[in-house]
Design a protein around this ligand. Structure first.
Ligand SMILES: Cc1cc2nc3c(=O)[nH]c(=O)nc-3n(C[C@H](O)[C@H](O)[C@H](O)COP(=O)(O)OP(=O)(O)OC[C@H]3O[C@@H](n4cnc5c(N)ncnc54)[C@H](O)[C@@H]3O)c2cc1C
Length: 462
């Protein structure tokens, strides 16, 4: 569906000079994905400032038969936010915090607010939204809900879905679904908000959300531990879970992933004295009284004694803590080397992560001799970000074959081809290879029922 001149004029009149742009220089940064892998086009950038304006934009587009790509912070990694000729609808002017309640442990915030903004607001009332990811300075509440984002604290607090109490959504015909309640219990039929969480903007445009807040953390411990193998990391994971109450992050990084980050991102340091094959970053949190430090020290001493870890470093200051997390959060940036690569965001049952990593290396190297394997991720959730790169200087790289082989492997182990990034445009074809046919049929039925004209993000997901 293409946008006509009449539609563009109507949209411009509706939104005013502040609320739209057709200037290629203004639009350009929104047309390229973070890693530069996907580039798009749009005839018009709409920047509405209220749910009512979003509603009128959608209604006009629906009437004219023009499609819309919603965009938040443009940090998505599967290209669902990059338009290809559609109207680009940015939520950047909708960042207000409509309500913040310590008594209800909740916040009502507009969809264009960044996660960092919500963290700051919640900290002001001694609360927090327990969702943490490296992109939180740019990623928006609307984008996080639409991708059902994960991050480093999922093992304790769940994904974005778990944080949502209510939503305000503009539907494909322009109607506004008003569902911004902060109720913990509301059994009045279908829980419609769930339809829009993880829908990647294909069923509605989220304009505001009511979110659950948790108590602020009173103490925190961060440690790095060197392990010889993913099997040892798994043993450490179970020891840490049963040994100390409050394990909230368990991140695995292989040597290649750390080496690339150290090489390509300035200001990073080796986390341990020796360069171990794998490093685990552990975080523990506590909301009540003290005792955490003793518990974590005892845990690491036990793990050392049992041969699960070969080295460990406990952060003793906020600076040390930040240095460990900075390394972890810089891994994605460190892997942007400009070389060909196949990236995966797979999940398997936690118990299968060692077997998956071993088989992935074997299979990738069978396809690409001497392939470099960069593996890191949220091992506590069984979620591995696996990147396969050819040996330096190699001419050919069968990236599609590698991608498919890794997905086949993950699914054969009971896993998923997209743990937390979503499907977008990048994984759309792969979804049809693996999703249960009945589930695919239901997804298509939902799409055609709620968006019969295909106005909302028609190239993404389904
Ligand atoms: C360095 C880095 C680290 C990351 N780490 C993680 C991680 O640990 N865990 C994780 O899950 N993800 C991670 N991501 C991916 C990304 O940050 C998340 O997918 C995030 O949720 C995207 O939010 P956004 O506001 O940037 O959305 P965008 O990228 O703008 O959009 C993402 C999708 O949501 C749709 N959308 C956006 N806003 C709306 C709206 N208001 N209504 C309807 N649809 C909408 C878009 O159309 C698109 O399909 C990372 C990305 C980077 C660059």
């Amino acid at each position: 569906m293409t946008a006509s001149t009449v539609l563009l004029q109507s949209l411009a009149a509706l939104l005013g000079p502040e609320g739209h742009s057709t200037d290629p220089d203004v639009i350009a940064p929104k047309l390229v994905e973070w890693r530069g892998r996907y580039r798009g086009t749009t005839p018009f950038l709409a920047k509405p400032r209220s749910a009512q304006e979003v509603s009128r934009v959608v209604a006009l587009c629906a009437e004219a038969g023009a499609a819309i790509t919603p965009q938040g912070g443009n940090t998505g990694l599967v290209a669902g936010q990059i338009p290809n000729g559609e109207i680009l609808l940015s939520l950047e002017r909708m960042q207000a915090i409509r309500n913040l309640s310590a008594l209800d442990d909740s916040i009502i915030v507009e969809a264009g607010a960044t996660l960092q903004r919500v963290h700051d607001a919640a900290a002001g009332i001694n609360r927090r939204l327990p969702l943490t990811l490296a992109s939180q300075g740019s990623a928006t509440i609307g984008g996080l809900i639409s991708t059902n984002a994960g991050g480093v604290h999922v093992m304790r607090h769940g994904m974005m879905r778990e944080q949502v109490l209510g939503l305000e959504v503009v539907l494909a015909d322009g109607q506004i679904l008003e569902g911004l309640d902060t109720l913990r219990k509301n059994n009045t039929g279908y829980d419609l908000k769930q339809l829009f969480i993880g829908a990647e903007g294909t069923l509605g445009i989220i304009t505001a959300a009511a979110l659950k807040l948790a108590p602020a953390v009173s103490s925190k411990m961060v440690a790095a531990a060197g392990v010889e193998s993913p099997e040892k990391a798994l043993a450490l994971f179970h020891r840490a879970r049963r040994g100390v109450d409050g394990l909230c992050a368990f991140e695995l990084m292989n040597r290649q992933s750390i080496a690339l980050a150290l090489k390509n991102v300035p200001g990073l340091r080796e986390p341990l004295r020796s360069a171990t094959p794998y490093t685990v970053l552990l975080e523990f949190e506590q909301c009540g009284s003290s005792g955490l430090e003793d518990g974590v020290e005892a845990l690491l001493a036990d793990a050392l004694e049992h041969g699960e870890i070969t080295d460990a470093a406990l952060a003793r200051s906020i600076l040390q803590e930040q240095a460990l997390w900075k390394l972890r959060e810089s891994l994605s940036a460190g892997h942007r080397t400009g070389e060909p690569q196949a990236n995966h965001d797979i999940s398997v049952p936690v118990s299968e992560t060692p077997a998956f990593l071993a088989a992935a290396e074997r299979e990738a190297q069978a396809l690409v001799p001497e392939a470099r394997i960069v593996a890191f991720g949220h091992m506590g959730d069984g979620n591995i970000h696996l990147t396969v790169m050819p040996p330096a200087g190699a001419k050919d790289f069968p990236s599609e074959a590698v991608l498919r082989a890794m997905h086949d492997l993950a699914v054969s182990m009971g896993g998923s081809i997209s743990a937390e990034h979503g499907v977008g445009v990048a994984r759309r074809e792969e979804l049809t290879r693996f999703k249960d046919p009945a589930a695919l049929r239901m997804m298509r039925m939902l799409k055609t029922t709620l968006d019969p004209k295909g106005v909302l993000n028609p190239r993404a997901l389904i």
